[in-house]
Design a protein around this ligand. Structure first.
Ligand SMILES: *Cc1c(COP(=O)(O)O)cnc(C)c1O
Length: 433
């Protein structure tokens, strides 16, 4: 399969190059040239398949031309050794729990798949010592670091702003050791991003080192997010509820929901989508007016969705040939303030004994506000509430149970390399490791 750029100036890029490059040379996002339809027979028996089996069929449609069947099966089996259960919350709404992976958030799905796919290409080229650079404000770093942990031939460098990520987030990428190095930058998240971008543009570094990125726009992280939409449908079909399925997605950079739109294009019978936002409601504003007006992000309690210029909006436009009407036909939107998110979390616990995290809460509320009586709602619960322990405890005035997996990170020994925010010292560091 070949890939083209959303800016339409780059065409005919191989999967391997798209994965290693991340972003196209014209600064657009990579799109596969084709989104294959899956056969009816697949949907007729989908409820009998496991998540791994479903993931393999969908992965094969995207990657089967570039990765041999046995390797692809192994990549899927290694990446997805956890379940993604669909849990009933009330009469009409189900939670697709995407937080049973190692860092208890949905980004594990893409990060784990990407790390194995990259390792496969590295092995094919007999390369060693590939360096993955990733800047993080918290969640991406933990998913990428854990996704790549112990993967041979790859060194990961996580750059994060000193003192600006939560204790739980920091523990998830500073206590791992092995092939993961955490760089504690004396600066902001923007400084971290600038350092990474400068490294990719530095001619000398790129001549000496194999550098690659693992950010969320990478096709190898983005496309696997389509897999679990099929599994949600399979689980609804198993209980006879799959007609008129509506999926609500808590959205920041819009990678997750865009992967769902890909699943629909492949023939998955999802009736429509709801994009749930916090106060960063750029997309909702686009739905209402037809104008896309990026803004500086504002901080909220659903901070993984604090995005003022969602990068995957370009992919949505590409998918719908820029038609505002067509986009509105498939996607509606809602946006919530911190107070509304808090109220939803309290109501979910009191009325249904289900503890939502602030991101999932936006999506659940969007179903409450947007679902018709003949529809069945699924919302993506993108993180375990314990990842936002302080926030959630304040809202419900009760202690939040911390799963053993998460506690184990907190008990680990922190190890970081402090660097300052100028590029020359980062460059010197990279040349000496
Ligand atoms: C990243 C993230 C989101 C937003 O996902 P996008 O693909 O950027 O829209 C939502 N919830 C959580 C917990 C996240 O970490």
């Amino acid at each position: 399969m070949l890939y083209h750029s959303t800016h339409k100036k780059v065409f005919g890029v191989s999967l391997q190059d798209a994965v290693v490059k991340g972003l196209a040379d014209d600064k657009g996002l990579f799109m596969p040239d084709q989104i294959k339809q899956l056969p009816h027979s697949f949907f007729e028996t989908i409820e009998t398949l496991s998540f791994q089996e479903i993931a393999y069929v969908v992965a094969d449609a995207f990657f089967g031309e570039d990765v041999d069947a046995n390797s692809l099966k192994r990549i899927v089996a290694e990446a997805f050794d956890f379940d993604i259960p669909l849990v009933s919350v009330d009469e009409s709404c189900y939670s697709l729990e995407l937080f049973h992976g190692p860092t208890l958030a949905f980004k594990d799905v893409g990060a784990r798949f990407m790390s194995r796919l990259l390792a496969y290409f590295i092995q094919k080229k007999s390369q060693t010592d590939v360096k993955v650079l990733v800047a993080t404000s918290g969640d991406t770093g933990s998913a990428v670091a854990n996704g790549f942990l112990g993967v041979p031939g790859i060194q990961v460098y996580v750059l994060y702003p000193k003192g600006l990520v939560s204790a739980i987030q920091e523990a998830q990428f500073t206590t791992l050791g092995q092939n993961i190095t955490a760089l504690e930058v004396d600066g902001t998240f923007d400084d971290c991003q600038r350092l990474v971008k400068s490294a990719f543009m530095d001619v000398e570094l790129n001549e000496r080192l194999n550098l690659t990125s693992a950010n969320s726009i990478n096709v190898a992280r983005f496309l696997p997010q389509a897999f679990y939409y099929f599994y949600a449908y399979a689980q609804l079909k198993a209980i006879g509820k799959a007609d008129n399925m509506v999926v609500a997605v808590p959205s920041g950079n819009f990678g997750n929901i865009t992967a769902g739109l890909f699943a629909k294009r492949m023939g998955l019978p999802i009736k429509r989508f709801i994009a749930a936002n916090n106060r960063n409601d750029i997309f909702l504003n686009y739905l209402n007016t037809g104008n896309y007006e990026p803004r500086k992000s504002v901080s909220t309690i659903a901070n993984a969705m604090d995005v003022g210029d969602p990068s995957n909006f370009a992919r949505i436009l590409d998918l719908y040939d820029g038609s505002h009407d067509a986009i509105k036909y498939d996607i509606s939107g809602f946006a919530y303030t911190d107070e509304q998110i808090a109220r939803t979390i309290r109501a979910g616990l009191q009325n249904h004994h289900y503890l939502l995290d602030p991101h999932g809460a936006c999506a659940y509320q969007a179903l409450k506000d947007g679902l018709s009586s003949n529809e069945v709602g699924v919302f993506l619960e993108t993180a375990h509430p314990a990842k936002f322990k302080e926030t959630v405890e304040k809202i419900i005035d009760t202690k939040v149970f911390v799963p053993a997996k998460l506690q184990a990170f907190m008990d680990g020994q922190k190890s970081t390399v402090p660097i300052n925010s100028d590029f020359e010292s980062f460059k010197t560091f990279l040349k000496t490791v």
